[in-house]
Design a protein around this ligand. Structure first.
Ligand SMILES: NC(=O)c1ccc[n+]([C@@H]2O[C@H](COP(=O)([O-])OP(=O)(O)OC[C@H]3O[C@@H](n4cnc5c(N)ncnc54)[C@H](OP(=O)(O)O)[C@@H]3O)[C@@H](O)[C@H]2O)c1
Length: 242
């Protein structure tokens, strides 16, 4: 039975800092949202703990390392008591890592570990949390990708020979999204680039503050309909060529 809860429920991975943290911060500013913030080291997530102390009980921290499959499976046991009855409206697969490499010097172990966190992890998180998503009326999976995963944009971005491991992992995440849509037309699965954002990953020269990127992301996901499933979008709703 789909939930009739008045709360909108969210699970955000990689919530300790950067875009993930900003997603949680904006979400808990509304008492309509119940947010599960997943991070690999909750004991070190001081910003999230500070947010929790000022939120009105609608923020829960859980441990999840998206590169550790046992950790992903174990996290369900922490989340089920929170969302088991009402289900999960929005799963945001945000956690990600990057590596500075080139096609002919890359470390294959780094390629595999990048792929593990950025592609295999989100695939398993979506699989493990599907029973909670099925209880929701919204059923949205947002995979936080990158424009760097777009083969069609390589020349335009001027990144032809750069960051192959990261680009390959995000192209794989894009394909996962299309496959999720194909397998489950009742879900809304979207792959999205947050833009070049000033975070630890994006660096100080990012074009966007996290606040602007995340405001756009939340507008895109909350307004998404089934017609948007399988799309590759920017934080401002524009379509990215594959
Ligand atoms: N910033 C940009 O310009 C930009 C552009 C395009 C796409 N993106 C994508 O946006 C997402 C967020 O990026 P960001 O800029 O916020 O990066 P960030 O500042 O480096 O933060 C990355 C977040 O992911 C978490 N994380 C990394 N590995 C993890 C793992 N194995 N398990 C769980 N959490 C893990 C980190 O947790 P810890 O604190 O534990 O390390 C941190 O919370 C990523 O998927 C990234 O690829 C970012």
């Amino acid at each position: 039975m789909p939930s009739t809860s008045p709360l909108t429920t969210w699970l955000v991975t990689g919530a300790s800092r950067g875009i993930g943290y900003e997603l949680v911060r904006q979400l808990v500013s509304s008492s309509d949202n119940l947010v599960v913030a997943a991070c690999r080291s909750p004991e070190k997530a001081t910003a999230l703990h500070a947010l929790k102390s000022t939120s009105k009980g609608q923020l829960h921290l859980v441990q999840m390392d998206t590169g550790d499959f046992d950790s992903i499976r174990a996290s369900f046991g922490q989340v089920e008591p929170i969302l088991g009855e009402i289900g999960l409206d929005y799963l945001i697969n945000n956690a990600g890592v990057t590596v500075q490499d080139t096609p002919f010097t890359l470390d294959p172990e780094a390629l595999v570990s990048t792929y593990r966190v950025n592609a295999a992890g989100p695939a398993l998180v979506s699989q493990v949390y599907l029973p909670l998503i099925e209880k929701s009326k919204r059923k949205v999976i947002l995979n936080v990708s990158s424009g760097v995963g777009s083969i069609a944009s390589i020349e335009q971005l001027g990144l032809s020979g750069m960051f192959p491991a990261y680009a390959m992992s995000k192209a794989a995440l894009n394909m996962l999204t299309v496959k999720q849509k194909g397998a489950r037309p009742d879900l809304i699965a979207i792959t999205l680039c947050p833009g070049h954002v000033k975070t630890d990953m994006g660096g100080p020269n990012g074009a966007l503050e996290p606040e602007e990127s995340v405001a756009g992301i939340l507008k895109v996901v909350t307004e998404a309909t089934s017609a948007d499933s399988g799309k590759y979008l920017r934080y401002n709703g524009e379509t990215i060529p594959w």
